[in-house]
Design a protein around this ligand. Structure first.
Ligand code: AFP
Length: 344
């Protein structure tokens, strides 16, 4: 079925309808998770409309200045951060939030009620690519709170990926897509800008059985371990490999994982020796690795640190980094094998 025929006509399913249908699986649901997901979709529409005007920032004014309408122009990542925050701070659904952009947990202002959920997010992942018109994205995960009531605490945020109740990403590319899961398979929605609605365009997403691409910043190969270097040779068809994959790397995790999900293969950002302050690579466990591993596993794949499942790692701190390997299970498991053999 073509994209246009999937998203138009009598079979048209909007994100709202889809989220509500998901809620029907749980007769006791309060609707709070449903509303939370719907607000993330709303934030995405606002962020998408700004990212599409990104190149105009220089004309209309830059961060810290006013544009021709007299409004202050924010940098896009600040805009994404404040949009997600403002849509969620007062709803009574969250006990706290945490963002890649904020040092500490984000409390709910005392004048508003607190709720049962925790939202963690990377508001604009890949933002250094914006100047080059490359796809960027938002990554998110939702947990149930662990403390009983009152303001959320670190204990509510520092949960392992096994505790995620919903997660996914938005990609702001040639079209805007929301891809998410509540633990019952993965669904993809494409924003139809003419009606301002996300429409179900990719139901029940599964990784293709045949891997096609490997995706890593090979410019850093000299900083990689022996195991990761040999693994890369294996992906290229050496080291006794039965497959030979094509290389694709954008440098925007959302876009690279999106292609891996739909095209098959592996995306990895391993540990490296490039920066002694970041021995575990660049990516953040809570805001990048865990939500993506959760989603990829829901689509039949696997997410690993190179030594075991990402979802088993309990974060010790908010901005902890981790090596990441996500994609087809057998391809990711091969990374674990090479690392176990060569990187003792
Ligand atoms: P920015 O948000 O600073 O652009 O970083 C993006 C990112 O966190 C992730 O989206 C990419 O996969 C990764 O960094 C790219 O890092 P390298 O530039 O080191 O390859």
């Amino acid at each position: 079925m073509s994209e246009s025929s999937r998203s138009s006509g009598s079979g048209l399913i909007t994100i709202e309808r889809h989220i509500l249908r998901e809620q029907e699986r749980f007769p006791d649901a309060t609707g709070h998770l449903t509303d939370l997901l719907y607000d993330i979709a709303l934030a995405a529409k606002l962020i998408a409309s700004r990212t599409q005007r990104a190149g105009l920032a220089d004309i209309l004014g830059s961060a810290g200045h006013e544009n021709v309408q007299g409004e202050e122009v924010q940098k896009l990542d600040e805009y994404a951060q404040s949009t997600i925050y403002q849509l969620n701070d007062h709803t009574g659904r969250l006990c706290c939030m945490a963002s890649e952009e904020e040092k500490d947990i984000i409390e709910i202002p005392p004048q508003y009620p607190t709720g049962n959920y925790v939202l963690v997010f990377d508001p604009l992942d890949g933002s250094s690519n914006i100047d080059f018109n490359v796809a960027v994205g938002t990554i998110f995960a939702i947990f149930r709170r662990r403390t009983a009531s009152g303001p959320g605490t670190l204990e509510d945020v520092l949960q392992s990926g096994r505790e995620i109740v919903a997660g996914g990403y938005l990609v702001y590319g040639s079209s805007t897509m929301l891809v998410y899961t509540t633990g019952h398979g993965v669904n993809g929605f494409t924003l139809d800008p003419s009606i301002g609605e996300f429409l179900l365009s990719h139901p029940d997403v599964r990784l293709p059985r045949k891997p096609k691409y490997y995706s890593a910043n090979q410019g850093y190969e000299k900083y990689w371990s022996e195991g990761v270097r040999r693994y890369t040779r294996w992906l290229q068809g050496e080291e006794g490999s039965p497959m030979s994959l094509s290389l694709r790397y954008i440098g925007s995790m959302v876009a690279d994982v999106h292609r891996t999900l739909f095209g098959g293969g592996v995306f990895y950002y391993p540990s490296d020796t490039k920066d002694p302050n970041k021995p575990h690579g660049k990516l953040r466990l809570l805001y990048e690795a865990m939500p993506m591993a959760y989603l990829i596993e829901q689509a039949g794949g696997y997410g690993s640190t190179g030594r075991g499942p990402i979802l088993d790692v309990k974060p010790a701190s908010l901005h902890q980094r981790t090596p990441v390997f996500v994609g087809n299970r057998e391809v990711v498991e091969k990374a674990e094998e090479f690392i176990a053999t060569h990187d003792r």
